[in-house]
Design a protein around this ligand. Structure first.
Ligand code: ADP
Ligand code: NI
Length: 213
């Protein structure tokens, strides 16, 4: 099996796995991350495309929000990669890229090191900035029985980084902080307009909430 065939097989597996997902981490999220990663990677000819594409496709496959047994799911991913004939060295690199993707309130102890890790993390974070990110946030909040917003002032929201209670709170806890964490200039450029759009959205949201617009 050549590299392209391996990627197509894993893509099919992930499409099957994620079609039932309804908390904002569905197949289309995976597909966007995969596409974004490929787009950024075109600027880095020395980066390993197989590592990047497989890490992007598999990045949510053993996330604790998706599976109940993370260790078991990680073993399944490892097996899948072994079955496709990848070297142990490449498998470890892919798993590291995946482990380094997560935000975890900015406290993930595993940080991206290589350009491949950074591209995959940027691609995932881009999908948490902008119009689609807003939709994902409300879907996630709804799926977790959280309210849209409970009337805190913007000052409180800005200081409430530990609060994760409401969809609007999540903008302050995470979404608005992401642009500054991006590694590649290409991702930063895409993030700019998306970040501004989220700010405009919040301005309109609060104006409507106050009955001003
Ligand atoms: P990561 O994989 O980078 O740690 P997550 O999977 O936690 O990111 O989050 C991906 C997206 O899911 C977020 O950008 C957001 O849209 C949504 N989400 C995650 N946690 C929450 C939350 N507590 N409230 C609302 N939306 C959330
Ligand atoms: Ni993701």
């Amino acid at each position: 099996m050549n590299e392209k065939e391996i990627i197509i097989e894993i893509q099919k597996e992930m499409k099957k796995f994620f079609t039932q997902e309804t908390t904002g981490h569905d197949w289309y999220h995976i597909e966007r991350v995969w596409k974004n990663a490929q787009k950024i990677a075109t600027h880095y000819p020395k980066a390993n495309p197989l590592q990047i594409e497989l890490a992007a496709l598999l990045h949510d496959r053993y996330d604790h929000k998706i599976v109940s047994n993370v260790e078991q799911a990680k073993l399944e991913v490892r097996d899948l990669l072994v079955q496709h004939g990848l070297t142990k060295e490449l498998i470890e690199k892919i798993l590291y890229s995946i482990d380094a993707v997560g935000f975890r309130n900015g406290k993930n102890p595993i940080q991206p090191i290589t350009i491949e890790d950074k591209i995959v993390q940027d691609a995932d974070r881009l999908d948490a900035i902008g119009a689609i990110a807003i939709a994902r946030t409300f879907v996630y909040s709804g799926a977790h029985q959280r309210p849209i917003y409970t009337g805190e002032t913007q000052e409180v929201l800005e200081k409430a980084h530990e609060l994760e209670d409401t969809a609007i709170g999540h903008f302050y806890e995470k979404l608005l902080t992401l642009s500054d964490t991006l590694h590649t200039p290409e991702a930063r450029e895409i993030a700019k307009g998306r970040h501004e759009f989220m700010k405009e959205y919040l301005t309109q949201f609060f104006a409507e909430w106050e009955g001003l617009k």
